[in-house]
Design a protein around this ligand. Structure first.
Ligand code: BGC
Length: 748
């Protein structure tokens, strides 16, 4: 194939080659009939197919609306995401779509990002692993994916021009890491370059991102395409590694490419390479096309329900108010019970094949065993309420044994294209919850929102379910969980802080004018809240079940290892309740006494298992070098500090139940250089330098300007001083020649 493509490229005119580097229209690549080059189609998006009927941006053909990424991620279930990917892949085949524009793996830096619903997590490992599964699923059907938006696209405000200023370590450990595993492991056919700038250069023409990282380091074999309208300078972009500009540009940018080659500004070889890569993907897509493909709508709808059920999180269950019994009077309040919010706004917004309505599903479950009352509570569109609506809600609540309030964010509150203004629910939703909880003690809140919210009423209600935007199966999924026809098993893939100002990006989000500085560095999400030992509303990794689990028997395969070894960790988990259920087991790593600034702990492995009542299983995790490493900018590589590491296993980032310690030897040595301004502490910490340090201390103690009464005090004082000061502190017993000699020895 490679040779055939090269032959084809050699037959193309310069104009034809340039034309292939941009779309034909909003969704297609160009065909060149003369050479038998076909066109392929790509469409959004991350949780279901959005193929516009009009070929533009209008209404789309019906497709299954699976839970959004924020919701699916809460399942922590790789196999499930792969299944969803495969189902969407089937739908793509049935609609003749060759590339799906997803998944979105940008890190949730702030709860305010309008697109958080489309992204998985605040943690790069969780995000990247889930994305890998999703990509594998889609691509198993012969349909490509486009992992997006590469990179540091973490806000909607000024998204087409904003310059994200991120330091190298933060980029590597957080923002690039969310892409890295997915790209290396699942090999997406395409990667979408983001709108924004990264450290001064547009991502779509950023050589560091597109060539150094993607091609040289991660060795991608797919193509890089631009987000829709992200290209500023087409020639620069091509040179930086952007193969395909989307959508089409009416031929204008193609001309610029031609001119640049003619004038010698751009090497034709660069163009040829891009065309070769594009053709590889085009022919791969054509080869894998399944003619007359169909999919089973009903089966996909059932899958959407299953995924929602596996992802919805039980956040509170006081006095075991849940699961509900099918008896008495059940009050249902809130328009979302009749018109649920189940997907987000923007390019991922699709036309579902059907929708489960929560209120109807609740009624279907209880049949005539219980009476169901209903009140709107608030206005569906703007989320505000009136005294009449509150009055009706309270009347229902007063008559009911238990009340389920459906609340969340109306569509206008969050969307692609703009960020949220605050982290609150609409005042109307909050007021209804407050007022209803005054007249009924058994209130359960069911939330539908794309991102973390504040819950000022949390102590006044007994139960809370977080559905996120759970797709077209949300109605049945939530009804079944409410009544115990299924056991909640989702856990948060992001922290819910108590209030917005607690969030680490608060002082620098969304930035000033066209520039946003990521000054919180690597301290994103729980990495920050844990380091600061802050109280949060709900921590990363948190979620309840109707059963209970016990963790015992942590074992590590070895206590001493080298940084290139793998380490197996074993844990036993037992279902100690009387209901079957699933548990998400999380493994975090902490470096003890690190010499660099590091988070308290970082997620390095996780698993989700099913256990029947009383059942126990031993599970194992395998950790490799990366689980212990941080990105060391000095050597431009991942580096494992020598010393002790704690392996922490628990139910959430704040509920660690088991701990083991291992000792790791490092195979890499950081090159240190010493000079007159090296402080004595650094000499002390160095095996070669320690002797010199002791010598200096000895001489200073003999004849110090500091006085010799308290040696310890002198040591402490001196250890923070540079080598050159040893001369004056020892009143000349240390001299310039000695310093030169020591430096020579140290730097050898
Ligand atoms: C979005 C992408 C999307 C593309 C095509 C852009 O505005 O940022 O995520 O895939 O449009 O709809």
């Amino acid at each position: 194939m490679e040779q055939q493509i090269k032959n084809l490229v050699s037959q193309m005119t310069l104009e034809e080659k340039a034309s292939l580097c941009s779309g034909f229209d909003a969704w297609h690549t160009k065909a060149i009939e003369r050479l038998g080059i076909p066109s392929i189609m790509m469409t959004d998006g991350p949780h279901g197919l959005r193929k516009a009927k009009d070929g533009g941006f209008g209404e789309s053909v019906p497709a299954t609306c699976f839970p959004t990424a924020a919701c699916m991620a809460s399942s922590w279930d790789r196999a499930l995401l792969e299944k969803v990917g495969a189902a969407i892949g089937e739908e793509c085949q049935a609609e003749g779509v060759s590339i799906l524009l997803g998944p979105g793996v940008n890190i949730k830096r702030s709860p305010l990002c309008g697109r958080n619903f489309e992204y998985y997590s605040e943690d790069p490992l969780l995000s990247s692993e889930l994305a890998a599964s999703f990509i594998k699923g889609v691509q198993s059907q012969g349909v490509g994916t486009s992992i997006k938006h590469f990179a540091a696209n973490n806000q909607e405000y000024r998204r087409l021009v904003v310059d994200a200023r991120v330091d190298e370590r933060t980029l590597r450990e957080i923002y690039l890491a969310s892409f890295e595993k997915a790209i290396k492991e699942a090999k997406p056919w395409t990667i979408m370059a983001a709108y924004n700038k990264l450290n001064g250069e547009y991502c779509s023409q950023n050589k560091y991102l597109l060539t150094k990282i993607l091609r040289e380091e991660w060795e991608i074999d797919g193509i890089v395409l631009s987000d829709w309208g992200a290209v500023d300078d087409r020639v620069k972009a091509l040179e930086a590694g952007l193969d395909l500009e989307m959508p089409g540009n009416g031929g204008l940018n193609d001309k610029k490419i031609v001119e640049a080659v003619r004038s010698g500004q751009l090497s034709e070889k660069v163009l040829d390479k891009a065309v070769e890569r594009i053709l590889t993907i085009v022919f791969r897509a054509v080869e894998k096309r399944k003619e007359n493909a169909v999919y089973d709508k009903e089966a996909h709808h059932i899958l959407a329900e299953e995924v929602a059920k596996e992802s919805i999180i039980l956040l509170k269950n006081e006095d075991q108010v849940l699961p509900l019994r099918e008896e008495g009077i059940i009050g249902v309040i809130g328009c979302f019970a009749k018109e649920p919010r189940y997907q987000g706004g923007g390019s991922s917004h699709l036309t579902p094949t059907s929708i489960d309505i929560p209120l109807e599903e609740i009624k279907r479950i209880v049949q005539d065993r219980a009476e169901v009352l209903y009140a709107d509570g608030y206005d569906l569109i703007i989320g505000e309420t009136t005294s009449q609506l509150v009055g009706e809600a309270k009347e229902v609540a007063q008559k009911s044994d238990v009340v389920i309030i459906f609340a969340g964010l109306p569509e206008s509150y969050e969307s692609e294209g703009y960020d949220r203004q605050h982290m609150r629910l609409p005042d109307g939703h909050n007021l209804v919850i407050e007022e209803v909880s005054k007249v009924n003690k058994n209130v359960i809140v069911v939330l539908m929102n794309g991102s973390a919210i504040e819950m000022p009423w949390i102590d006044k209600v007994k139960g809370v379910f977080e559905c996120y935007l759970a797709g077209q199966g949300v109605g049945k999924a939530i009804a079944e969980l409410l009544f115990g026809k299924g056991n909640p098993c989702g856990k948060l893939a992001e922290t819910f802080p108590k209030k917005l100002s607690d969030n680490p990006s608060y002082l620098n989000f969304p930035g000033e004018k066209d520039r946003v500085e990521y000054r919180e560095g690597i301290f994103v999400g729980y990495r920050y809240y844990d380091k600061k030992d802050m109280e949060v509303l709900f921590p990363f990794g948190y979620g309840l079940s109707y059963t209970t689990f016990d963790y015992t028997g942590i074992k590590v395969e070895k206590k001493e290892l080298n940084d290139n070894d793998t380490l197996k960790v074993f844990v036993k988990v037992k279902n100690t309740g009387n209901r079957a259920g699933k548990e998400i087991i999380q493994l975090y790593v902490r470096k003890k006494n690190s010499l660099v600034i590091r988070p308290e702990k970082e997620l390095k492995a996780f698993d989700k298992i099913y256990l029947g009542p009383g059942e126990e299983r031993e599970i194992s995790f395998v950790l490799n070098k990366r689980a212990f490493a941080y990105y060391e900018c000095e050597i431009k590589d991942w580096y494992v500090e020598e010393g002790e590491y704690e392996i922490l296993v628990g139910k959430s980032s704040r509920e660690i139940l088991l701990k083991e310690t291992v000792n790791i030897k490092s195979s890499q040595k950081l090159r240190k250089s010493f000079d007159r301004n090296t402080i004595l502490q650094d000499l002390k910490d160095d095996p070669k330098g320690e002797e010199i340090y002791n010598k200096i201390m000895e001489l200073v103690a003999k004849k110090s300007v500091l006085g010799c009464e308290n040696n310890e005090l002198i040591r402490m004082f001196l250890s923070q001083s540079p080598l050159r000061n040893a001369i004056s502190f020892s009143q000349g017993l240390v001299n310039e020649d000695m310093i030169d000699e020591w430096l020579k020895q140290l730097n050898e």
